[in-house]
Write a protein that binds this ligand. Structure first.
Ligand code: GDP
Ligand code: GDP
Length: 436
């Protein structure tokens, strides 16, 4: 189910990132424990009472060399485009400034609910100063203190009142939801058009909420698919839409609603640093992943080119070793037909359940082949393994002492499970639990 999105806007230094970090709190540090990739601190999830939501710090999105006012205008526009509810943040110590009024002017034009926060109200005596902020025209100002963590509850109560109601799972279990992510200009929109333009594609009109009108549902060979966030890919023209942080933001949002993520690369240009970052997000998400090398028509090739390109991919994206690579051209449509079967395949892996008895045979054989590690005279004992979840497939290994299951042995078990069952295109997770 899509989560509501909250965006924080306001001129620099009012405390946006301080509040963002307070709201997402420990979540960010949990995510950063994942080896390999660090998250951009602009988009994360938060929780308040029974509400789960996503939150954007628009202050973290800088728009090239644009002047100060253009920057904050663009940030306010991003909030309007991306959010369900906007927190407009100001600074109680400085009062209403001209820059606040600029932000307000842009927010007036939007129909999105705006909650006005006055930050740096660190003590009760300062509360009398918040009344000036009524002049901004967004109703009651909420005094908060990012430094002391005050007032956040009341602010979030107000924000949560404006959360839209989403219908649960409007697409149904059997529908394969996939998204295309990648740097600007790698050919994502062209690829969507090529897929939707295929013969035998029936573009269906599943009715949804406004938010879902940005998706493209279709049917091919009897299977239903939804391309997530097609509108986000097609929309172009605003100044911020080509910035790196903004494309990361769109990618994260699309990934979240997908089962399968296509990481699109530009075969003509090769692999760039930003590709690795984007691929890292796909991996971290636990979705099934396919690496698509587009613009293959524009590459001068001999019989070795494809193999070399794939080796290059493997070297750069080691964490995505499970992801199949597809070479194609959205422009000439060459090899487009090879993509759909791969989407079907990885989607199947992503939701595959294996039989417990067979799983335990595989683990027993693995242990016989490569004995469990010991530490300070204690040997890891594996009693029993079971699959506890799909999407992605997740396994719990019951052991004598979870500390003894080292990363390298976990990797070994993971590889044995892959060898036995396939799981092509999906990450798999293994957790160790102590048997009681
Ligand atoms: P941003 O540019 O809007 O993201 O602002 P930051 O979160 O980077 O904060 C700007 C400065 O204000 C930093 O030095 C913060 O420590 C400080 N700050 C943030 N919240 C508060 C607060 O509630 N009270 C006080 N006194 N300072 C704060
Ligand atoms: P997006 O920003 O990732 O959505 O990229 P677009 O789909 O807008 O494509 C960017 C540019 O690359 C456009 O000029 C396309 O015509 C071109 N392009 C897209 N796919 C291909 C392809 O397969 N081969 C070639 N040669 N050009 C392509």
């Amino acid at each position: 189910m899509p989560k509501p999105v909250v965006a924080i806007v306001g001129r620099p230094n009012v405390g946006k990132s301080t509040i963002f970090n307070r709201i997402v709190g420990e979540r960010i540090s949990i995510v950063e424990d994942v080896p390999g990739v660090t998250r951009d601190r602009i988009y994360s999830s938060g929780e308040w009472l029974t509400h789960d939501f996503n939150i954007i710090d628009t202050g973290g999105i800088d728009i090239g060399d644009e002047p100060f006012l253009e920057q904050i205008r663009a940030q306010a526009e991003i909030a309007i485009d991306e959010a369900d509810v906007i927190i407009f943040m100001t600074n109680g110590r400085e009062g209403v400034t001209a820059a606040d009024e600029e932000v307000a002017k842009i927010l007036y034009k939007s129909k999105k609910p705006v909650v006005l926060a006055v930050n740096k109200v660190d003590n009760p005596e300062m509360r009398s100063q918040i009344y000036d902020f009524y002049a901004l025209g967004f109703g009651e100002p909420f005094p908060i203190s990012g430094s002391h963590g005050l007032g956040l509850g009341d602010l979030l109560d107000e924000v949560a009142k404006s959360f839209p109601k989403f219908e649960e799972d409007i697409y149904g279990e059997d529908v394969i939801k996939f998204s295309l992510i990648g740097r600007p200009n790698v050919g994502k929109s062209s690829l969507v058009n090529a897929l939707l333009g295929e013969e035998r594609v029936i573009v269906s009109d599943i009715e949804g909420t406004t938010r879902d009108a940005i998706d493209s549902p279709y049917k091919y060979n009897g299977q239903e698919y939804v391309i997530i966030d097609t509108a986000g890919m097609r929309k172009k023209g605003k100044v911020y839409e080509t910035t790196e942080k903004y494309s990361v933001l769109r990618a994260l949002r699309a990934i979240e609603r997908s089962d399968v993520v296509l990481v699109v690369l530009n075969g003509e240009e090769g692999i760039r640093e930003q590709d690795k970052k984007i691929a890292g997000y796909a991996h971290d998400s636990g979705r099934a992943v396919i690496i698509v090398v587009n613009k293959w028509d524009a590459v001068e090739k001999d019989e070795k080119t494809m193999k070399e390109f794939e080796e290059n991919i493997r070297a750069h994206f080691q964490f995505l070793e499970y992801a199949p690579v597809v070479f194609l051209s959205a422009k000439t449509r060459k090899r487009i037909h090879t993509l759909i079967p791969v989407i079907d395949k990885v989607s199947e892996s992503h939701s595959m359940r294996v039989e417990t008895s067979v799983l335990n045979d595989v683990i027993t054989d693995a242990v016989a082949m490569n004995p469990t590690p010991t530490h300070k005279g204690n040997r890891l004992k594996i009693f029993y393994t079971t699959q506890v979840a799909i999407k992605p497939p997740t396994f719990v290994v019951f052991v004598n002492d979870p500390e003894l299951l080292h990363f390298s042995y976990e990797r070994f078990l993971q590889n044995r499970i892959r060898d036995a069952f396939g799981f092509e295109g999906t990450p798999i997770k293994i957790y160790a639990r102590q048997r009681k």
